[in-house]
Design a protein around this ligand. Structure first.
Ligand SMILES: [Mg+2]
Length: 175
């Protein structure tokens, strides 16, 4: 039952994304949560390192989108120097906004990966949308209050996931 929160891929950071595997799987769009997935929540703009990373993804033929439950100020400012797509107030873990956005791009959920640091928002949203779910470790331990509350429970589920992964080496983790 908890498997709805278990990612298909889990890696340390966005820089470990298995791009060749994603290409093989037909992924065309990679959606990124911003807060604690790419930068800490209180860092408003990407650094040169992050800008280069996302530009490189786009040069490799992936479309990039920043999907956040935060406001458009957050997504637009962060995306400004990158030039990807921005999907603010996405209401993760619900999939409705993401699916509407995919429709507008003519991209299917099967062609989409969602990368995030939270099981209860990002992974669950990806699962709800039937997109590929990719979990990364939070880039900092600074969290907004509402996120802090969820972290404790998430840690419990994450431990269950690690046990489950050991028992299911073939299906738990694609990398
Ligand atoms: Mg996050």
């Amino acid at each position: 039952m908890l498997e709805i929160f278990y990612p298909e891929i889990d890696i340390n950071s966005i820089y470990d994304l298995p791009l060749d595997l994603l290409k093989t799987k037909g992924i065309r769009l990679i959606c990124f949560d911003i807060d604690n997935t790419v930068v800490p929540y209180d860092v408003p703009e990407p650094s040169f390192k992050e800008i280069s990373f996302f530009k490189n993804l786009m040069e490799k033929g992936f479309k990039v989108c920043f999907i956040s439950n935060n406001t458009h100020h957050r997504t637009d400012l962060f995306n400004e120097k990158i030039g990807g797509y921005a999907l603010p107030r996405a209401s993760k873990p619900k999939a409705k906004k993401l699916l509407e956005f995919l429709d507008s791009l003519n991209i299917t959920a099967e062609e989409t990966a969602l990368v995030g640091d939270q099981l209860f928002t990002d992974v669950w949203c990806a699962k709800n949308a039937k997109a590929l779910s990719i979990l990364v470790k939070p880039v900092s331990n600074r969290d907004q209050i509402q996120t802090k509350v969820k972290r404790g429970l998430e840690r419990m589920v994450y431990k269950r996931y690690l046990k489950w992964k050991k028992k299911h080496p073939e299906s738990g983790n694609l990398v």
